[in-house]
Design a protein around this ligand. Sequence first.
Ligand SMILES: [Zn+2]
Length: 333
Amino acid sequence: MPGPKTHDIFYKQLKKNLSAQTLAVFPHYDQYNIFAQGHDFLIYHDFYKIWSSKKLNNNINASVLLQETNFQLFVYNYLKQAHSSGALEEEQVRLFIGPGYIMHHLLDAYLHPLIIYYAGDHTPDATFDTWHHGCVENLIDIYMMKHIEKKDPNHYPVYHDFTLPKTIISNSLIQTLNDCLRETYALVSGGEIFYESFYQMALFMKIFKYDHYGIKKKIFDKVDPIYHGASSFSYHRDVELAIPFLNQKREEWVNPYDASLHFYYTFMDLYEMALIRGAYIIEELEKICMSGNIYKDDIYDLIPDVNSVTGLSCEKHVKLLNRKQWDFMPKLF
Ligand SMILES: [Zn+2]
């Protein structure tokens, strides 16, 4: 994951890149921005219980499966199930998989190599005094809010952007998710987990990110040495702290898992590339859904085989080798 707000903004910006024809079949696009959280719903699920390390580990393990394995197969299974049950006719069932789930995964795959190169692994590393990755993604959320949405991240009641009306999710979406999560990942009741998580997100944002007076920031930073990663919470932070991680000077960097892949892209370059590629995928996916023929080959041609952490193929099992973090770490809080 980049942070929840970065994904939310991406969903909203993607809309501006879609054709009038595609938007005509998504009249309720704006109501379903919560879908932008994609596989991260498994991490946020019952977030108030994750003080129990068993629950936390369950959440992480389930979400890692979705992030790192069988992405194309999952998308195919979802579409196949939804097509055979008739659910694919429903706007929200298509909004979930395309602009929601696939776009979340795609944005992750574009941004994560840069974030991990600059700020380290998405799982906390005990050799460092804090969880740089999470802290940086939190700062980037703030940067995106300020520069793209023109909102004041320190005071804006951000949980409003994550509030979903109670009656809006259809049973066919839950059923489709149940079926394809079981089929692809052997995950039981996955649809119910996603469903509950949709409605828990606003409270998560209210408790952990919204921080009008900056009091929570002080507390989170104080307990960060004990609970590594506490400083990845609170949007009441200095937006300038995000700048060193955006590579605005276009320095050379490498994929953290494969040093033969060199880049000069900035964070925003990658974000824009994901928007363009993403809009293309959504347009083509709609054509496939409308055609009434869900063929595995078509789906595999359109949906990249990509691990959302490494940006490389899901088949490649790789180790984190290259990090700027080892000799450089600007102030995070
Ligand atoms: Zn991440």
